[in-house]
Design a binder for this molecule. Structure first.
Ligand code: NDP
Length: 291
């Protein structure tokens, strides 16, 4: 028996397996393309001939494959071997997919933890690598030390969908930031200002913007969008017209920032002109909030 089996040795799965080995654990591996196991076998891991063999080798099975369909496909021949084991699925997916897979695992007698990796492969095994988990609490408690070898482990609750929910929320925040920053660099670059010269001003500004987030969170939680407003949406929408015109005038497409302009106009039309930026959350909700 091994301490842990890792299914999937892409860039991320290989990093996970390497971190487990480095922490002194015994590791069994499986990957569709067997050659990817070779470097890890040289470091002491055991390569299994099938997913079923890998599952049978350990009480803890970590899967890190491309998408959830790949996980179902890979585990199909091993589904009867899962009983009494813990399946930790670190494949990126949606909350609904995680809940469905938790059910799938439960019908096979396995404990299930879903995970969201807030790191890139070189960070795995370090404290900076945050890994979010949700699902079977007892399994998280039982395997917390092993999972801690991968990075800082944070358990979010019994609902398996919570880890992917937070994972995707953090990633969408990151892509929102990338959208704005990409546009900003393109704008300054349109006058041949080097990106590295603009960078200190940009990072200082984003640091200042970050200090507004606690107020935004408080307003969203309380629904208080209209008191003490210092930058109302009607003003913001009027300025945004200039952002679009300036971008197009500088030869920069407005495609990254246009959705925010549309949303501001929608909010003003819906009567939120005197409200704070935080009220935009009401414009994008498509179902009533869960209390
Ligand atoms: P890779 O593309 O490097 O690896 C994909 C893995 O999935 C490989 O092991 C591949 O096997 C396997 N695979 C794909 N299709 C099949 C299939 N039909 N049957 C069996 N195995 C299959 O991706 P990563 O390792 O980078 O990512 C894995 C997961 O980790 C993804 O869900 C990703 O979103 C997530 N993640 C990745 C991060 C990153 O920065 N890389 C960051 C955070 C999360 P084979 O080697 O045979 O092709």
């Amino acid at each position: 028996m091994s301490d842990v089996s890792v299914i999937g040795l892409g860039a991320m799965g290989s990093a996970l397996a390497a971190a487990l080995l480095k922490s002194g654990l015994s590791v069994t591996l499986w990957n569709r393309s067997p050659a990817k196991a070779e470097a890890l076998v040289a470091k002491g891991a055991v390569a299994a001939a099938s997913v079923k063999d890998a599952v049978e080798a350990s009480k803890l099975v970590v899967a890190c494959l491309l998408v959830y369909d790949t996980v179902y496909e890979a585990f199909e021949p091993a589904k009867d071997a899962l009983a009494g084991r813990t399946l930790v699925n670190l494949t990126n997916g949606t909350p609904a997919q995680a809940r469905e897979m938790a059910q799938w695992a439960a019908t096979r007698g396995a404990d299930y933890l879903d995970g969201g990796i807030m790191a890139v492969p070189p960070m795995i095994g370090q404290a900076e690598a945050l890994i979010l988990y949700s699902g079977a609490h007892a399994a998280f408690e039982a395997h917390g030390k092993t999972l801690g070898a991968l990075g800082a482990a944070k358990y979010l609750g019994d609902d398996a969908g919570l880890a992917p929910l937070h994972d995707i929320a953090l990633l969408t925040a990151m892509y929102g930031l990338f959208s704005g920053v990409t546009h900003a660099f393109a704008l300054t670059g349109s006058e041949t200002v080097p990106a590295e010269k603009f960078l200190p001003m940009l990072t200082n500004w984003l640091g200042a913007v970050m200090t507004w987030l606690p107020d935004m969170a408080r307003r969203i939680d309380s629904g208080d969008y209209r008191s003490d407003v210092v930058s109302n949406l009607e003003m913001q929408a009027a300025s945004f017209d200039n952002f679009i015109a300036a971008s197009e005038g500088q030869g920069v497409s407005s495609e990254l920032i246009a959705p925010m302009f549309q949303l501001l106009k929608k909010a003003v039309a819906a009567g939120y002109g005197d409200a704070d930026q935080a009220s935009l959350v009401e414009m994008i909700r498509t179902r009533p909030q869960v209390e």
